[in-house]
Design a binder for this molecule. Structure first.
Ligand code: SF4
Length: 293
């Protein structure tokens, strides 16, 4: 599939629209109620799953409810609380320094601008975009491992550097859609377009994807690879191989509702609830693969 610039924009926007329709409930899967909580949870999510982070944050947020409390945290107690998330010494160090910096430079509040956020310890553009998009409603593109892998598979860009990926994708998709784009792409990467065995035969955007066929194309086998439940009452679409006769822009919506038993669900773990923006709780199981948001 060779695209000129305009075709690439059209195909990218079509993929986004189809994924947004397929995952209308996509949202940040970290549990939080304040910008600080989201910032802390996002730092903790490096090299582990959102599910794992959500298990430790209730106690963490209760013990350290604000930046000043984090700044004054007893290191051993903090490390013990976050140990299950891995790299707990480095993360504890980041959180204490984060609390310090927020108190010293921002009156204890999480700043609302990218340029300010990235001055904070442990905060890069990826973390800043998560906070901007989900706590402050400022559109942001979150380039994590899933996002980078998928947009390269879709030939939106071949860049490996996350900052360059962010810029390339930002040129394809309208800014107002950046936060939701991040959610649906990451949802798709966690649930269908896996790093090792993408479930191409159960993929709702198979006909738009230039990498169709790098994974399992047999629909029945592909369904066994899914690590999610689609949505209440929905079934995986009957993906079919792209052909010369099927225009890339034609994609069937998810098919008729099916019994939940048709869905291959791996270790479902219900989401604990909505985030600050009031996004719906996920009805889905969450991924087992580590992610680096
Ligand atoms: S067709 Fe395959 S490679 Fe393309 S997005 Fe779907 S699962 Fe991923």
């Amino acid at each position: 599939m060779v695209d000129d610039a305009l075709s690439r924009v059209r195909r990218a926007r079509k993929i986004y629209r189809d994924l947004a329709a397929f995952y209308p409930y996509a949202h940040c899967e970290l549990d939080f109620a304040t910008p600080l909580q989201l910032l802390v949870a996002t730092i903790l999510s490096a090299q582990t799953t959102d599910v794992g982070v959500n298990k430790v944050t209730p106690d963490l947020f209760a013990r350290y409810p604000d930046a000043a409390a984090l700044a004054g945290a007893d290191r051993e107690q903090l490390e013990a609380l976050i140990k299950p998330t891995g790299f707990f010494r480095a993360k504890a160090d980041s959180l204490i320094k984060l609390g310090d910096a927020l108190v010293e430079n921002f009156g204890g509040e999480v700043p609302r601008r990218m340029a300010q956020l990235v001055t904070l310890p442990g905060v890069g553009r990826k973390t800043a975009n998560v906070v901007l998009g989900n706590a402050f409603g400022v559109p942001g593109i979150t380039v994590d491992t899933h996002f980078g892998r998928l947009v390269r598979r879709w030939h939106w860009t071949q860049e490996e550097d996350p900052v360059k990926v962010e810029a390339a994708v930002g040129a394809l998709i309208p800014k107002r859609d950046w936060t939701m784009l991040s959610h649906v792409v990451i949802f798709h990467g966690r649930r269908i377009c896996h790093a090792k065995r993408p479930a191409c035969g159960a993929c709702p955007i198979a006909r738009l994807c230039p990498s169709y066929g790098i994974g399992e194309t047999d629909p029945a086998k592909a369904r066994t690879l899914l690590t999610f439940e689609l949505a209440p009452g929905a079934a995986p679409p009957a993906a079919s191989a792209p052909s010369a006769a099927s225009a890339p822009s034609v994609l069937a919506a998810p098919s008729a509702p099916a019994a939940p038993s048709e869905l291959a669900v791996a270790a479902p773990v219900p989401s604990a609830g909505p985030g600050i923006a009031g996004s719906p709780a996920s009805p889905v199981a969450t991924a087992a693969d580590p992610e680096t948001v």
